[in-house]
Design a protein around this ligand. Structure first.
Ligand SMILES: Cc1cc2nc3c(=O)[nH]c(=O)nc-3n(C[C@H](O)[C@H](O)[C@H](O)COP(=O)(O)OP(=O)(O)OC[C@H]3O[C@@H](n4cnc5c(N)ncnc54)[C@H](O)[C@@H]3O)c2cc1C
Length: 468
């Protein structure tokens, strides 16, 4: 194997935690307890929810229960794209009308600024750089999709987008074979673990109780059960995203989809000169099995993609370890994008899970009859969405408990959306493997045929998967 493709570290949660350290563990739960709101899961969704609820109603007793430590899940492992994409917008437009989906999109645009604002206000330095999002096309079919996507975004009110040809793209970043790119200002790069660690500290400083190393084994109305005791509360909010299938009764709820990443060693000045990328935009492409990347604050490239998409039986990885074949594939992708980086070593590789609902639509719900709430199913765009979901959960709890009336957020079309469960195994496994095999074949075909039409195979896979 090419030694540069062999990662120095594989797993260990993520490069982000290796870089910034895992904070000292918080005390587990030590017996039965009560609270006004109990939140299961210490990722962005759970912590932002605790943050906004406590800010709005300081008298509330809020407890967060986290199975390992805050940021252990996708929130401490992601690509650090804080951007305005939201899973399911198209379906919400069909279900609730275009205007309702435009309101959702506007709320997402504002969310990018909201995360940046609160992080600054709370003194959380998460290496934020607001360079927007750049998405490149490397084949005629990708270019056609990019243009169609651009038109769609304009129709949803994003008037400040830009579209570039090959030359203008190369002025920003030298991606080999790029034939065009789209750019939106509604995005920023950040260091995921610095954000989640800072957020947990801010939440704790407000007076929220956080118990780590406390797995919740069952959620029932007004109860969160753990091996160490039960926390009773009128509201129990499930914020477990890609781990949800591990909870009793939830095995066929959101599917845990893997995403894997690599981080290179820091590049030299010469290497950066070959790459460009001075705007430090988050970088993606328009492939069906798409990639995402960022230029880190310490001068590396962190790049991710799907790898092995799903483990049989909705299992999750072991502390972020990923397959060597995936590391090689991501390294190959890096070199295809930037041939000048052929000798650059992979310093760290890891993976995580994100939650995919059967209809690929993010949701936020509070069941008023049971006091059970949940948010997630962000399908890989949760860094910003979790913040909007959290503010919405805050408003739903305050509405239900009579502390406040309905708000703009409680009226957004993703509130209260229900979806059917995934198929039992082995259908679930076969379906997801088949879908990604189809995407990869479609990407290869588009590359060799130079056709401007998206491969029929990919469109078929989308339809079978229920994506559109
Ligand atoms: C590799 C990767 C790259 C990604 N890149 C991006 C990106 O660049 N931009 C973007 O917008 N999105 C990205 N995402 C998605 C995004 O990270 C997630 O949508 C988001 O972090 C979800 O936050 P969350 O708090 O809902 O879930 P999580 O961060 O997964 O948090 C859930 C928490 O619940 C805990 N938990 C689970 N079960 C239990 C239990 N039974 N009891 C107690 N605690 C429990 C877990 O330990 C975890 O800490 C990526 C995801 C992955 C995996």
């Amino acid at each position: 194997m090419d030694t540069s493709a062999r990662s120095a570290v594989n797993g260990g949660i993520s490069f982000w935690f290796a870089d910034d350290g895992i904070p000292p563990a918080r005390e587990p739960l030590t017996g039965d307890a009560s609270a006004d709101v109990v939140i299961v899961g210490g990722g962005y969704t759970g912590l932002w929810t605790a943050y906004y609820l406590k800010k709005a109603a300081p008298f509330l007793r809020i407890t967060v229960l986290e199975q390992r430590f805050c940021g252990y899940g996708a929130s401490g492992r992601n690509g650090g794209w804080l951007y305005n994409g939201i899973a399911g917008r198209g379906r919400y437009a069909r279900l609730h009308g275009h205007e309702a989906a435009v309101r959702l999109q506007r709320a997402m645009n504002d969310t990018v600024a909201e995360v940046v604002r609160v992080a600054a206000e709370e003194g959380v330095d998460a290496d934020v750089h607001r360079g927007g999002v750049l998405e490149v096309a490397r084949t005629p079919a990708q270019l056609a999709r990019l243009r169609a996507f651009h038109e769609q975004e304009l129709a949803f009110g994003e008037k400040d987008r830009e579209l570039y040809g090959a030359r203008a793209t190369a002025e920003r970043i030298r991606v080999a074979g790029a034939v065009g790119a789209g750019w939106t200002p509604h995005g920023a790069r950040l260091h995921p673990a610095k954000l989640v660690k800072g957020l947990a500290a801010a939440v704790e400083a407000l007076g929220v109780t956080i118990h780590e190393s406390t797995p919740v084994t069952g959620i029932r109305p007004r109860h969160a059960d753990t091996p160490y005791g039960t926390v009773r509360a009128p509201y129990v909010l499930r914020c477990t995203e890609g781990f949800t299938a591990g909870l009793r009764g939830q095995r066929r709820a959101w599917l845990p989809m893997n995403s894997s990443m690599i981080a290179t060693e820091p590049l030299t000045g010469e290497q950066w000169a070959a790459v460009g990328w001075e705007g430090r935009e988050t970088l993606g492409d328009m492939a069906h099995a798409y990639m995402y990347a960022q230029r880190t604050a310490d001068g590396r490239i962190a790049l991710g993609g799907r790898g092995v998409p799903y483990r049989f039986g909705s299992r999750t990885d072991s502390d972020g370890r990923t397959q060597e074949a995936t590391v090689r594939a991501l390294h190959d992708l890096l070199v295809r994008f930037f041939p000048a980086l052929a000798g650059v070593r992979v310093a760290h590789a890891w993976s995580g899970v994100l939650g995919v609902p059967r209809d690929w639509c993010a949701t936020v719900t509070l069941d008023r009859s049971t006091g059970l709430g949940w948010a997630g199913g962000y399908v890989g765009s949760g860094v910003a969405t979790a913040n909007l979901a959290a503010r919405t959960l805050r408003d739903l709890v305050r509405l239900d408990s009579g502390q406040a009336g309905p708000t703009e957020l409680t009226g957004l079309p993703w509130v209260g959306h229900r979806v059917r469960r995934w198929e039992p195994e082995p259908l679930r496994w076969l379906g997801v493997q088949g879908m990604y095999a189809a995407y990869r074949t479609a990407d290869r075909r588009e590359l060799v045929t130079h056709s401007a039409r998206s491969s029929r195979l990919a469109r078929l896979a989308d339809r079978v998967a229920g994506r559109h």
